[in-house]
Design a protein around this ligand. Sequence first.
Ligand SMILES: [Zn+2]
Length: 254
Amino acid sequence: MRIRSITAPNPGAFTLDGTRTYLLGETAVLDPGPAIDAHIDAILAAQPRLDTILITHRHADHAPAAVPLKERCGARIIAPADVLDDRQVDLRVAGGESLDIDGTAIEVIATPGHTSEHVCYLTADGDLFTGDTILGTGTTAIFPPDGNMADYIRSLRRLRARSPKRIQPAHGPTRSDAIALIDEYIAHRLERERQVLEALAGGARTLSELRSRVYPDLDPQLIGAAEIQMTAHLTKLKDENRVEETDGRYRVRE
Ligand SMILES: [Zn+2]
């Protein structure tokens, strides 16, 4: 299947260069991106026979352009739960489905973690469209309670088990080292978890004490985001009965 991409004009801290909207074959688009007129025009110019819109998850840099695209060309929208309105979506997917897209089978894989409804799409050629589950550079953000670290690590392992050849992320470059990149992603989260446990063993009790041990010398602008990631790790450890919390103070369970 021919794969092209157009980067939306929405660069930023979380979107890197902007959302990469993929054009699949001659008739489909994946993660159409934000509803910016110039971007919608570019999609329709590059994919004049558009009939199918696939979406990975509900975030505003991925899904909204689906609605004006559908209004302009009548394409069907395929998306997981909680993405857009039920009246706008033609087919809900949850993982496990095999779709016929432009004559090619594309498998839907459930990947909760970044958000609870997130799905990835895998072609028979091994191209894995990861949305925000795996980015081309850096790491993705897990915002609890909808984002869930334990689910996220399980999702990464589920993707690895499918032996993808290339990662086609929504942000950052295509990666042809798919398995190595997934392994790096899993190792990064487990290393962070180990650091949280080590900080707890060293006497850190509150979120800010933990954050300053795990992320020393952090740019003050990033403290909020770092504490949210720490919370995601602590929630996983609490759910696993490895850490307990009383009034905002954490400790390792004996
Ligand atoms: Zn997202």
